[in-house]
Design a protein. Structure first.
Length: 323
């Protein structure tokens, strides 16, 4: 009796493995997702999928659910209601709750006080926007697959929009559409509507992936140089009352790449980093290298640089205004 049950269990397991293999052959996305989840150390863990209700998180939830038994993953959905879009946000929450029920997994929802969110966008279009805005190499780096503490992972990051949409269509999935993705008031919407498709048709259908690969390469190089920037910042950058000071002694001896990243670090600490383009950064580098005592430089975000003996003082910026 016991032996027959063991053989039956083995047959069932073989059947599940065969079914899983056939499923991945029919849907290549599952195979790539499985590899990504294993590489990101998700197997055998509880995985919370941040579900907005859009196509990306819906595909991710369905994909992880399909692989959960094989990878011993306990799937949970999480949703944050930001309170910014009224009835649309309520509908997003209801959709995610219903998705959890359909998948047979727990769903956790958190409501937070409304606040102004910065414009975001898919990881493939964000580097393109940064290039068009004249960002420097440090700002080009793409979103990492894994956060520094390993708690946040992005297993779909390497997949194209077409692959995600094919999976969704093949499975007959439904999802929510954020109206802002089509609103020309947002730069990412204008980029998609007016440029992305045409550039792909005229030059390279996979050009967004090429941009994404470039951003990822830059991100990895930035990871290498970042400890050098941190060391230099600890030596030169200091809090001073409501502002900051940046020591300029030996500035000419710094490699240009290190000097640029150190200047950007100072701007971010002062609260003006998000407003500064490459042009502003170059002006700051010239100021640091050659400005005379008493000279001032105004930068976006309300930041003012003032040259003192052996250092530059940074005053203003969003961080000091409470924005």
């Amino acid at each position: 009796m016991s032996r027959r049950r063991t053989e039956s269990d083995e047959q069932a397991q073989r059947g599940k493995r065969t079914e899983s293999k056939d499923e991945k052959e029919r849907e290549p996305l599952l195979g790539r997702l499985r590899s990504a989840l294993e590489a990101l150390d998700c197997a055998g863990r509880t995985v919370l999928v941040a579900a907005s209700g859009g196509i990306d998180s819906s595909v991710l939830a369905h994909g992880v659910r399909a692989l959960a038994a094989e990878l011993r993953i306990a799937l949970v959905l999480g949703h944050v209601h930001h309170g910014l879009r009224g009835a649309e946000a309520d509908a997003d929450e209801a959709f995610v709750r219903s998705l959890g029920v359909a998948l047979g997994v727990p769903t956790h929802v958190r409501r937070v006080a409304p606040r102004r969110l910065r414009e975001g966008g898919p990881s493939r279009s964000r580097p393109t926007l940064r290039l068009l805005r004249g960002i420097g190499p440090a700002g080009l780096g793409g979103i990492p697959e894994r956060s520094p503490d390993g708690r946040i992972v992005r297993p779909l990051l390497a997949l194209s929009r077409a692959e995600i949409e094919r999976f969704a269509r093949a499975r007959g999935l439904v999802w929510r559409e954020d109206a802002s993705n089509r609103d020309p008031a947002y730069a990412r919407a204008r980029l998609r509507r007016d440029w992305l498709r045409g550039l792909g048709e005229a030059f390279n259908p996979r050009w967004l992936r090429a941009i994404g690969d470039l951003a990822e390469a830059q991100r990895r190089e930035s990871e290498w140089i970042e400890p050098l920037v941190t060391h230099e910042a600890e030596t030169r950058l200091a809090r001073d009352g409501e502002g900051w000071t940046l020591a300029c002694a030996g500035w000419h001896a710094l490699p240009v790449a290190l000097a640029r990243r150190l200047a950007r670090r100072a701007l971010h600490e002062a609260g003006a980093g998000r407003d500064v383009t490459r042009v502003h950064l170059e002006r700051m580098l010239i100021f640091l290298a050659s400005a005379r005592t008493g000279a001032k430089l105004e930068l976006p975000g309300g930041l003012v640089l003032e040259r003192e003996r052996g250092r530059v003082r940074l005053r203003g910026g969003r961080a000091q205004r409470g924005c």
